[in-house]
Design a protein around this ligand. Structure first.
Ligand code: RTP
Length: 151
């Protein structure tokens, strides 16, 4: 765990269509995390198959890729202590029926197949995902000018 740990967070097509980008950004900002990259993207089928390659044997894989192709995705990189683990906690459990109220999915998601957002499940997958979704010069490096206890 370091203050510069990064995680890849994405607002999935249903979250974009429902106008939840601002709320999701706000939750990470209020929790003290620092946004270092963000863009609206319409990735190819091949890109999404690569992103979810660990799930390619799952019965829901084809449906998952189709859902992710259904509209633009808002892709971000957030930085701060324990960003991957805490990011997953801010998102809530994968299945909205199990996600606690107060989490993004617990507040907004209805169905596991439309669960609003994605977050890296660890430091290694975050590195892979950030490399897949962003070019190095799209990820900003900066420090808060006033307070060293804010990232
Ligand atoms: P994500 O990668 O999107 O953050 O989700 P996750 O780690 O919490 O869950 P994972 O097991 O990696 O599944 C990836 C996405 O696949 C969809 N899913 N559908 N129909 C189903 O049973 C099912 N299970 C998973 C969800 O959209 C999940 O976020």
């Amino acid at each position: 765990m370091s203050a510069s740990e990064q995680t890849f967070i994405a607002v999935k097509p249903d979250g974009v269509q429902r106008g939840l980008i601002g709320d999701i950004i706000s939750r990470f900002e209020k929790r003290g995390y620092k946004m270092v990259a963000a863009k609206m993207v319409s990735p190819s089928k091949e890109h999404l198959e690569k992103h979810y390659e660990d799930l390619k044997e799952k019965p829901f894989f084809t449906g998952l890729v189709t859902y992710m192709l259904s509209g633009p995705i808002f892709a971000m990189v957030w930085e701060g202590r324990d960003a991957c683990k805490t990011g997953r906690a801010i998102l809530g459990a994968t299945n909205p029926l199990a996600s606690a109220p107060g989490t993004i999915r617990g507040d907004y998601a209805i169905d596991v197949g439309r669960n609003v957002c994605h977050g890296s499940d660890g430091v290694e997958s975050a590195k892979k995902e950030i490399d897949l979704w962003f070019k190095p010069d799209e990820v900003a490096k900066y420090k808060n000018a006033q307070f060293d206890w804010i990232y």
